[in-house]
Design a protein. Structure first.
Length: 754
């Protein structure tokens, strides 16, 4: 009886594993596995109405790695030991169905794209299957994507990657059922596409005489000539390579801003006439295209060649981060504004975009641009990419314009995905895998009619800090798999562990294929919570996606070992100390070290009332983030800091009772390349009743700069129950600074009261 029960348990366990643990990403809409397997023998027949070699390539490549002598053939008619492909027009576009039995695999799809997706799913069913057991589980899979635009972007202007690397990138997209590749080909730092009519664009514009070294804030440069470009033949090769993998390429030709590389080659299309050099620095530069007739002729010529190379519907024209400094001082620009009754330079930009759109539309194409193209009035048929949060996408959808969501909060894969000290240098921000997986592309502010204008979303990979293709791989893997499932429509943020168990099964496959991927998901993650029952302490929680019982920690400054205390529930911290922790298996440390310093002070866990709420993109922890004992990490402005867009920060802290105060401190952040600037002024005030306040210190902009944003007041003892800290937003960014002409971010963190 015991043997029979054991056998039953094994069978049930095997069935349960087959139901949930096949590493299919994106997760299909419907999966039902049965007993039995289809086993690949020495000959595998693909029976299809037409040649399916391109669509079947990933599966055939995987099978041939396992069976060196495999013979694959195409035969018409129903046969055994075959994959039978059938085109079924009744299915939705890109949809497919798979039926597997011991003798045959049926693959039905509405189109060849669906056929490819079916073959990709079959390929994933082989992940972690032993090499000598080349078989597919019997069952049924029914699947179709939710969103029409499932995209990945790659910037090749800041750093250039050869054609062969772009082929790899397209393969990665195809493997996870993306259908759009946004190829960012031009910017201030390099022009990467050959234009026959204007050869200097690549002769001059594709090369710079040095590059930034380290972070933008360091302002350091090398003197090495750097560049590269794609010939017309290269472009055609890449377009064709993507086409047979059912991926549409959307080229981006930046205008009217981000034009320095083009102006270095042809300075006559600027406002000043130059001369210019291809930019070595990152960020936003003031020299932009001048909206005069000869410039429009030039850009139309360029776009004509581009449109002849790319058969897709959309041409991306940028439209973002265009300073108006040169236009304000340019007689040609001011004359054009007067002639066309344009009230300001924002309307001039709208005029510029509409001129380009009219030309592109006449060629049978549509333009898409970053959400700045909304400013001054949206071009009639333009689509919008919403990157500065969701507001631009919401506004465009309400105006019945098509939208692709790509907010920096969830979709910027140039942000850190783990602890910065364990990661390659990045621009900043903090976008871990779980955050990507939690993304919802359709904003709740839209009703059902408006939501239909959300085409989908994409991740952006800006390469200022990504000099090699191996690092590109590191930044997209595994995050691109999470977004793939979000866009397929089957992600469930409430069941992240299910996705995590599936994606980690891909890791061995990536290692075998020598794909450089991040293992930050194995790091210990942390959460700080208020300790309302204690005296100015906090509760600290350590988490692992693996076995919680294997987390060991110290609070005395020493390095944790397998003999250190084991984390069980929460740590209550009532004094300033540093918690160090790591994940161990037996005596071996398996995770990077997690290290967090806490400064426990009189305001820790106290009530904080904010006059203005932080932007929802940077509001993690709410007002508690200002008094949680954790000072903001300057590299992680996506996690530790509260971000205020075009607003002041006014925080009123209730200490609970009247106390003696001798020290106040607040931290602010500056990262100009992300439009984050120190405040113009910081004011400390105290009160005994919360009504009448006394100002004890005002810090000017120069004071804040000198203190590097971390300002201190130490003085004669004062009695107070309430502390008010005001940090005044810089406001409109001045000419000559990154983001000039736009509003600015104010980032604030820990307010210390002692």
């Amino acid at each position: 009886m015991r043997t029979q029960l054991s056998l039953l348990f094994v069978l049930l366990a095997s069935w349960a594993w087959s139901q949930t643990n096949y590493p299919l990403i994106p997760k299909p809409n419907y999966v039902e596995f049965h007993d039995g397997f289809f086993t690949v023998k020495e000959t595998l027949i693909i029976s299809a109405p037409m040649d399916m070699d391109a669509e079947a390539e990933p599966l055939m490549k995987e099978i041939r790695l396992r069976k060196k002598a495999l013979y694959v053939t195409n035969k018409a008619g129903i046969v055994e030991d075959a994959i039978i492909v059938q085109i079924e027009p009744k299915l939705a576009p890109e949809a497919y169905e798979i039926q597997i039995n011991p003798k045959v695999i049926f693959l039905k799809a509405a189109d060849y794209t669906g056929v490819q997706y079916g073959f990709q799913t079959l390929t994933q069913l082989l992940i972690n299957v032993p090499k000598d057991q080349l078989q597919f589980p019997c069952g049924i899979i029914q699947d179709a994507p939710k969103f029409k635009w499932r995209g990945m972007h790659l910037d090749v202007s800041r750093h250039f990657f050869p054609k062969e690397a772009i082929f790899k990138y397209i393969d990665y997209l195809a493997a996870y059922k993306y259908n759009t590749f946004h190829w960012h080909l031009t910017d201030d730092q390099g022009w990467r596409i050959e234009i026959k009519k204007y050869p200097k664009l690549t002769e001059v514009g594709a090369w710079r005489n040095g590059s930034m070294v380290g972070h933008y804030n360091d302002q350091k440069f090398d003197a090495e000539r750097y560049g590269g470009y794609y010939t017309e033949v290269d472009i055609r090769d890449v377009v064709d390579y993507a086409r047979i993998r059912h991926i549409t390429i959307v080229p981006e030709i930046e205008m009217p801003g981000h034009a320095r590389a083009a102006l270095a080659a042809y300075p006559q299309y600027s406002c000043t006439g130059g001369p210019f050099e291809v930019a070595q620095e990152w960020g936003v530069l003031e020299d932009v295209f001048c909206p005069k007739e000869e410039t429009f002729t030039f850009l139309q010529d360029v776009l004509t060649e581009v449109m002849n190379l790319f058969p897709g519907q959309f041409i991306h024209i940028g439209g973002d981060e265009c300073p108006k400094t040169r236009w304000k001082a340019c007689p040609n620009c001011q004359k054009r504004m007067k002639e066309n009754n344009l009230k300001d330079e924002h309307e001039l930009q709208s005029y510029f975009i509409q001129r380009i759109e009219k030309f592109v539309n006449a060629k049978g194409k549509k333009i898409i641009g970053w959400d700045e193209i909304l400013e001054g009035g949206l071009a009639p048929n333009a689509a919008v990419m919403s990157w500065r949060g969701t507001e631009g996408g919401i506004a465009a959808a309400k105006q019945k314009h098509q939208v692709v969501m790509t907010p920096g909060s969830h979709c910027y894969f140039d942000h850190y995905q783990g602890e910065p000290k364990n990661e390659p240098l990045a621009i900043g921000g903090y976008t871990p895998l779980e955050k990507v997986y939690s993304y919802q592309p359709i904003p709740t502010e839209l009703n059902a009619d408006e939501a239909q204008y959300i085409l989908g979303a994409q991740a952006n990979v800006w390469t200022e800090y990504i000099p090699t293709f191996e690092q590109v791989e590191y930044m997209i893997f595994p995050r691109m798999t999470a977004l793939a499932e979000v866009l397929w429509g089957t992600a469930n943020a409430n069941d992240y562990s299910n996705y995590f168990n599936r994606v980690t099964q891909h890791f061995k496959e990536w290692e075998t294929k020598k794909i450089n991927f991040s293992k930050a998901v194995f790091e210990i993650t942390t959460e700080v919570m208020p300790n309302p029952g204690g005296e100015n302490g906090v509760l600290y929680v350590l988490k692992s996606n693996q076995n919680q019982a294997n987390i060991h920690y110290t609070v005395d400054g020493s390095q944790p070992t397998a003999q250190s205390p084991t984390f069980s529930n929460t740590l209550t911290l009532k004094q300033s100390q540093t918690v160090k922790a790591a994940y161990f298996e037996e005596t071996t440390q398996k995770s990077a070290l997690s290290e967090q310093a806490f400064t426990i002070h009189k305001a820790t866990s106290c009530m904080v009332n904010l006059q203005n709420q932080p932007d929802k993109r940077y509001s993690a922890g709410g007002s508690f983030a200002l008094v949680n004992g954790v000072k903001g990490d300057t590299q992680k402005f996506g996690r530790d800091w509260l971000g205020f867009w075009e607003k002041d920060m006014v925080a009123l802290i209730d200490l609970g009772k009247k106390q003696s105060i001798t020290h106040l401190n607040v931290g602010t952040l500056e990262s100009p390349s992300s439009w984050i600037y120190f405040p113009n002024e910081i004011v400390f005030e105290v009160s005994t009743d919360g009504i009448k306040f006394e100002t004890i210190q005002t810090f000017s902009q120069s004071d804040i700069q000198q203190a590097k944003g971390n300002v201190d007041w130490k003085g004669k003892k004062v009695k107070a129950q309430f502390v008010k800290v005001t940090a005044k937003n810089k406001g409109k960014i001045q000419d000559g600074m990154p983001g000039a002409g736009n509003g600015s971010w104010l980032f604030v963190d820990e307010i210390i009261v002692e």
